[in-house]
Design a protein around this ligand. Structure first.
Ligand SMILES: [Zn+2]
Length: 348
């Protein structure tokens, strides 16, 4: 790893746009926000001026409120020309939520990676009234707290389609190493992994703008989780590989437009921090595993704070991800406990 960069993070625009309003970050690049009903209470979306229309980057959840905000944006700061294209950075619902609505209701073209489209489309069709047995088995193997597990067993699970509009057939694929023209600039497309598979980021060749999606965020570390879909995934390993790659091209003058929080400069330092945070977490976890522990027992060494109910699900999948990385890189062993939880222990 490179020496620690010295230039700090700076936020040239300290005030986020008000609901239904836009802030011009650069010539032809507008920043807007949509609300989320979670602890992380907003998602950033952007509109790029293509002359005869707009390219919109990400969309927010498919809720009545989000649709109303988009309608007022289209009659306000985006008026005068249509949204012709929606670029979706990754398949998470706060980003892909209204992509299908833009296609169906506004005639926009959807542009995204193949993995994001396939995953988004699959999850919108995969609606469940009761939790799947595989999901419950996965929770048990993670050592989910018994009271949380009992609640999950008895409730209708969260369904992707609850907050994502139906996705019609038809999208335009983008891939790593390609370029795209939008907002009067040519952007190199680099995909990253770990937070979501094949997440697209856009690096302007013509100025210092970077659209980083959730791959690179300031002030919060993107969630990295393992799920029942792929219990032996190693997203931490993939994340670290992606971070090293982005660190190698990061410049102090890059102006980074992420999916959450404020646009910032200081990308080399931020890449150093994102990498270092995970190495630190992995070190604390290995130190903690002198006795066998399940993922649900590892929150304190991993997050260094107590985890509330609202964060429990995200914390658990993140703990599984860190343990899985240590296990698959041969640093710890695992065995089944009587309650079916995997318990992990340091090799000595
Ligand atoms: Zn997000």
């Amino acid at each position: 790893m490179k020496d620690r960069p010295t230039e700090g993070l700076r936020y040239p625009f300290e005030k986020p746009p008000a609901e239904g309003a836009a802030v011009e970050l650069a010539d032809g690049v507008l920043w807007m926000r949509l609300p989320l009903p979670m602890k992380l209470d907003h998602v950033n979306v952007y509109a790029l001026d293509d002359g005869d229309g707009w390219t919109v980057i990400d969309t927010g959840f498919a809720t009545k409120r989000s649709r109303a905000i988009w309608e007022s944006l289209m009659q306000g700061p985006l008026s005068g020309k249509p949204v012709r294209r929606v670029v979706v950075t990754h398949h998470h619902p706060d980003h892909i939520g209204l992509a299908g609505w833009f296609q169906t209701e506004h005639g926009a073209e959807l542009v995204t990676t193949r993995t994001a489209w396939l995953t988004g489309r699959m999850l919108t069709l995969d609606a469940q009234d009761v939790p799947l047995p595989e999901t419950l088995a996965f929770y048990r193997s993670a050592g989910m707290a018994p009271d949380v597990l009992a609640k999950r067993e008895s409730e209708r699970p969260f369904n992707f389609a609850d907050v994502v509009a139906p996705m019609p057939l038809g999208f335009t694929r983008i891939a790593d190493g390609e370029s795209i023209t939008m907002g009067g600039r040519t952007w190199d497309i680099y995909t990253g992994h770990g937070h979501a598979p094949e997440q697209a980021t856009f690096w302007s060749r013509d100025d210092e703008l970077v659209i980083s999606a959730d791959q690179i965020l300031p002030s919060i570390s993107p969630n990295i989780g393992v799920y029942a879909t792929e219990p032996m995934a190693d997203p931490i390993g993939e994340w670290l590989v992606s971070c090293e790659r982005f660190a190698a091209v990061a410049r102090d003058d890059h102006f980074v437009l992420g999916g959450h929080k404020l646009p910032f400069t200081g990308l080399p330092l931020r890449m150093f921090q994102l990498i270092d945070n995970h190495h630190g977490a992995l070190r604390r976890l290995v130190a903690f595993l002198d006795t066998p522990q399940a993922a649900g027992d590892c929150f304190m060494p991993l997050f260094r704070r107590t985890i509330g109910d609202a964060e429990y699900g995200l914390a658990l999948v993140e703990a599984v991800a860190h343990l899985s990385h240590l296990y698959q890189t041969g640093q710890i062993t695992r065995a089944r406990r009587g309650d079916d939880a995997w318990v992990y222990q340091r090799k000595d």
